[in-house]
Design a protein around this ligand. Structure first.
Ligand code: ATP
Ligand code: PH2
Length: 173
């Protein structure tokens, strides 16, 4: 377990990462599928697993249901570089930040990076809210149930058991 010392600290240049994908504006299914293809074609990033898509009730201000999913990436870049790639893809799809937790065309969150714990101004790993989000834990448990959260020491499958998953519905196809 490596504690990041901000930008000056030890930062890995490769690893396995888990990301969350979400969208509740536009043609969400196409947007999410396309963003995964772009990620897989990005130098230093390979998509090695993806979950089913889930229709999820919005957490936060009233807004349309989301389409959510998770993916596992093998990366040859640092966590900070990975975040930059994720933000660039969001911008490519025209994501503009308005109200916090408001509706968005595309949201790509960096959930986990091996067993890294990193706390910088722009990047916190593990994602600070993932443990309480069924819209993250259900798809993530589908593809990585045994990944251990380096802060709680619990497996993803166990974390999922601890939240109310009633607002998360798997899309079959
Ligand atoms: N693990 C992380 N994954 C993605 N962004 C992160 C992470 N940690 C910190 N950030 C920072 O959060 C900023 C705001 O992200 P964003 O606007 O997508 O938040 P949000 O998705 O609305 O809320 P939430 O953080 O609850 O998912 C990003 O610009 C990024 O610098
Ligand atoms: N169901 C759902 N609710 C949300 C989501 C999301 O992806 N899915 N993202 C948010 C901000 O990150 C806030 N609320």
């Amino acid at each position: 377990m490596i504690i990041g010392l901000g930008n000056r600290g030890f930062v890995r240049k490769s690893g396995q990462s888990a990301i969350a994908l979400g969208s509740n504006l536009g043609d969400s299914r196409t947007i999410l599928e396309s963003s995964l293809k772009i990620l897989d074609q990005t130098p230093g990033i390979s998509v090695i697993a993806q979950s089913s898509w889930y229709q999820t009730e919005p957490v936060g201000p009233p807004q349309p249901d989301y389409l959510n999913g998770c993916a596992l990436l093998k990366v040859e870049i640092s966590p900070l570089e990975l975040l930059e790639r994720l933000l660039a893809i969001e911008a490519k799809f025209g994501r503009v930040r308005q109200e916090r937790w408001g509706p968005r065309i595309l949201d790509l969150d960096l959930l986990l990076f091996d067993d890294l714990i990193l706390e910088t101004a722009n990047l916190k790993i593990p994602h600070p809210y993932f443990r309480e989000r069924a819209f993250v834990l259900v798809p993530l448990a589908e593809i990585a149930p045994n990944w251990i959260d380096p802060i709680s020491g619990k497996a993803i499958g166990q974390l999922m058991q601890e939240v109310d998953c009633s607002g998360v519905t798997k899309i079959e196809n």
